[in-house]
Design a protein around this ligand. Structure first.
Ligand code: FAD
Ligand code: SF4
Length: 505
């Protein structure tokens, strides 16, 4: 039988299940990669995302050739015609493919009438298969990350004593992981890689294309092979992990990466495997006796959050992407596409960093950008589209859950137990951004009042009824009573959305 294996740009693992299933038939198998130009024009992608994926695909194709696979690499407009032609030309009887992680992509494939049988293999970029998650979730009154995380720890036997209890006595040490940044902190230098010939070739090619993109690729430093992705992981184990927990939520101007691991791009395209990362972190803990809050906190991100988000994405209804609990309709402000156009320093810093790297860490994404979107009433779908454009590690599975569910509370509480909304106080506590801002983080209504303050209070007032039904918001809502009618009048004056949202310099 002649077999075709189609490898997608986020399935670049030598353990790709379609490849593994074909090992014994290698001589009769051909592999296909497709760079689709129409696909990348569905939205404005970050230039570094395009470079990263295409370079990693081209490197992986070379690695497979060196392993004696027959590989075809096509650059064309659309997936279907290329695939169709390739199947006919090679007289293939079966097309094998590791299941795509994103639902729209899978639905698109399922509409195609291909000239041969197509067989899907389970996706092993995650530890939990969607069916296993569904089984875990069914019959539960409420889905809670903490329950799932404990189950995951037990299932994979991570950080457990012989009696199946958590090492150190507690399952979750999150309370120890919220330290504000101190003065003169010096996070480790990230491990960067100068672009090699293949990456430069992609960069040149990109410059010839007439497509709409975001950000810049002046400083592309990402790893594009498994070998280098492993170096990034080891660098983190040596220099980042020890202090990861303590400063996990802290933000400092010009310190884009802090103690974060920078491995989401690699996990999400298969260059690293989640279990190997988790095991390596556990082993480092045993060898180096690093603080448990860092080690547990880090493992929770991958074994807990990452798996949970993926599971929820496949568990919820297909129309989840349209969720809009607060019915927010404001358009995306122009400054999201150009950081120079805002005076709000926190947003300016995170957006500038995103333009230059395609990266921001979790709290920057959640409590600066997403928080602003939520309290300003921006359409969750417009915001999701922007996130998908802006970040090098963005895919549909991770956008819907993180942006719509966690960041915008657009699903009404399926994922988060309360909206992640905050005023400038939190930002001032966890960053140094406010000290260099023309707005005053302490002012709610004055001349220099920080937009995060009046937008926050207005958000609470606008949605008081809906928020009352969220038990965890009642304390915060009580503060609304303390605002006098005169103060509301002044807040209302501030709430000229054109000024608040477009906020040009
Ligand atoms: P670290 O802080 O070192 O964390 C380790 C790993 O944990 C990450 O690499 C990631 O794989 C995993 N992780 C932690 N939290 C999550 C989470 N909530 N969802 C999924 N994985 C998680 N992650 C993406 O991979 N792609 C995205 O496009 C993305 N967009 C986000 C948008 C918003 C609004 C929010 C709130 C979060 C988003 N995240 C996304 C999750 C998280 O912010 C990133 O995974 C993380 O910042 C990546 O950087 P890092 O590898 O240095 O992470
Ligand atoms: Fe952001 Fe307000 Fe602080 Fe300025 S004062 S950095 S706008 S939170």
């Amino acid at each position: 039988m002649n077999i075709g294996i189609w490898i997608l740009g986020n399935q670049l693992s030598h353990e790709n299940t379609a490849l593994i299933a074909s090992l014994s038939e290698q001589k009769n198998s051909k592999i296909l990669f497709i760079e689709s130009l129409n696909h990348v024009q569905e939205r404005r992608y970050h230039q570094q995302k395009l470079m990263f994926i295409w370079s990693a695909m081209r490197h992986f194709a070379e690695e497979l050739k060196a392993d004696n696979w027959q590989v075809d690499y096509k650059i064309d407009l659309d997936f279907f015609p290329v695939l169709n032609k390739w199947i006919l030309e090679n007289n293939l009887q079966e097309l094998r493919l590791m299941s795509p992680v994103d639902r729209p992509f899978l639905s698109m494939i399922n509409t195609w009438k291909l000239p041969c049988k197509i067989v899907f293999y389970p996706n092993n970029n995650f530890l939990w298969q969607p069916e296993e998650f569904k089984q875990w979730a069914s019959n539960r009154k409420r889905l809670i990350l903490e329950d799932f995380y404990r189950e995951s720890r037990k299932k994979w036997q991570i950080l457990l004593t012989e009696n199946q209890q958590p090492v150190g006595g507690k399952w979750n040490l999150d309370k120890e992981n919220r330290q504000p940044p101190k003065k003169n902190l010096s996070p480790p230098q990230p491990l960067f890689f100068p672009p090699d010939n293949i990456t430069l070739e992609v960069k040149n090619y990109l410059s010839t294309l007439d497509i709409d993109t975001y950000g810049n690729n002046d400083n592309f430093h990402w790893a594009v092979t498994r070998k280098d992705a492993l170096k990034v992981l080891n660098h983190f184990l040596d220099r980042g992990l020890e202090n990861f927990g303590k400063y996990q939520d802290a933000m400092i101007t010009n310190q884009e990466f802090m103690w974060h691991s920078l491995i989401s791009p690699y996990l999400n395209i298969g260059l690293l495997n989640p279990l190997e990362v988790i095991k390596a972190v556990e082993k480092t803990y045993l060898e180096k006796n690093y603080p448990l809050n860092s080690v547990e906190g880090y493992i929770r991100q991958i074994l807990g959050w990452r798996e949970y988000m993926y599971g929820i994405y496949h568990y919820v209804k297909e129309d989840y992407f349209q969720s809009n609990y607060f019915n927010h309709q404001q358009p995306l402000p122009e400054f999201f596409w150009d950081s120079k156009k805002t005076k709000m320093n926190c947003l300016k810093q995170v957006l500038k960093q995103t333009e230059n790297t395609g990266y921001a860490h979790h709290i920057q994404r959640l409590m600066i950008i997403s928080n602003y979107g939520l309290i300003a009433g921006i359409s969750p779908q417009a915001l999701e589209n922007w996130f998908h454009s802006a970040y090098i590690d963005a895919y549909d599975w991770v956008m819907q859950t993180n942006v719509l569910g966690m960041g915008q509370f657009a699903d009404g509480g399926v994922l988060a137990s309360k909206p992640y909304a905050s005023s400038a106080n939190y930002i001032n506590k966890m960053s140094d951004y406010c000290s260099n801002c023309q707005y005053n983080y302490k002012e709610k209504i004055g001349e220099n009042a920080c937009p995060f303050n009046y937008l926050y209070w207005d958000f609470l007032r606008r949605h008081e009824d809906k928020l009352k039904s969220q038990g965890r918001m009642s304390l915060v809502l009580k503060h609304l009573e303390k605002i006098s009618p005169e103060e509301w009048e002044k807040i209302d004056k501030k709430l000229d959305y054109k000024v608040a949202l477009l906020d040009r310099t």
